[in-house]
Design a protein around this ligand. Sequence first.
Ligand SMILES: Cc1cc2nc3c(=O)[nH]c(=O)nc-3n(C[C@H](O)[C@H](O)[C@H](O)COP(=O)(O)OP(=O)(O)OC[C@H]3O[C@@H](n4cnc5c(N)ncnc54)[C@H](O)[C@@H]3O)c2cc1C
Length: 347
Amino acid sequence: MKELFDVTIIGGGPAGLYSAFYSGLRGMKTKILEAQPSLGGKVTLYPEKMIWDAGGQPPVTGAVFAKQLVEQALTFNPAVVLNRKVDFLEKDGNNQFVITTDDGSKHHSKSVILANGGGIITPKRLEIEGASRFEGNNLHYRMPSLKSLHNKVVMISGGGNAAIDWAVELVDIAEKVILVCRKGEAGAHEAQVEKLENSNAVILRNTVIRSLEGAGSHLDEAVLENVWTGEISKERVHHVLVHHGYHQDNSLDTSDNLPMERTEDGFYSGDAQGCTSQEGIFAAGDNISYEGKVNLLVGAFQDAVNAVNSAKNHIDPSAAATALVSSHNEQFDERNKQMIREMLGTV
Ligand SMILES: Cc1cc2nc3c(=O)[nH]c(=O)nc-3n(C[C@H](O)[C@H](O)[C@H](O)COP(=O)(O)OP(=O)(O)OC[C@H]3O[C@@H](n4cnc5c(N)ncnc54)[C@H](O)[C@@H]3O)c2cc1C
């Protein structure tokens, strides 16, 4: 039997996760659909970077921030579906939304919040036969913990900002940093390139990784080729980090009778209330454009509140326009009492 949700949130990044928390606060039956195997969105791409500019949050790594986002999002027990890419969005004869995911399953909802960021982002893999067996061990497409790289020989493949920034950062942490860059010049901020050139990092230009060698799932040697001279060399390594950019899949489509207006840059055209060109479909986070939009985590949270309030009013026009602040909201009464009991040790 089909289960109908008040709101279905497409995307489990910061905007989607905060929308899930807030829709729970507003008493809405909520579902999150996420294409990746875990929640957190783009923040999972920078687990070791420090976030300094989220309000009320002292500097924190992306990994910790993502964990906190998820914990908060689950406060009101939304349904969470992972590993399901939303392919298609349409309306049925009852004016309800039908959302089809890549496994062919249908999800039914009275309203939709698009929180799909710039689409599904996956790091570009090394096109080397057998390389995948080292993944999850010491071949990395996302930054591992800095602790695991301490006093190690770290090879970084790539010439863009991410590769150069990490090479600069790791110079003081790793035993040795080797940057392998296909081009003659790195395409990153000049100041960072200069810093790297003035450090003790080894920079191998016009060079690519041809193969990775090692026993089982542990790689210990990279075979390199200079693409100009054809010269082959070998480097002993403890870790290889690959920063070759990302594939972005923004193919989510809507039926012909639900055309979504977009800006020239491909963002959903909307307003600060999270309304899009289609009634009942709201948007929050990196995917929406309107006058005064703040393209930061804090902006995604404000978008989420507005999109949820708009969705609430869409399904119940008599509902209050906004929720009470949490310090006055009876949704938290029992939880507050429990916390006080724990604090007093009277549980
Ligand atoms: C390297 C880096 C560092 C950053 N540092 C900061 C910082 O210090 N401070 C700051 O404020 N901001 C920072 N940002 C920006 C911040 O991460 C983004 O603004 C924020 O992640 C946007 O959240 P979102 O939920 O809108 O989108 P996303 O984080 O992109 O999440 C969208 C989610 O939707 C999912 N999705 C997409 N399409 C589908 C589909 N069809 N079906 C199902 N799921 C789908 C994706 O898999 C993803 O999980 C940084 C960004 C990057 C890349």
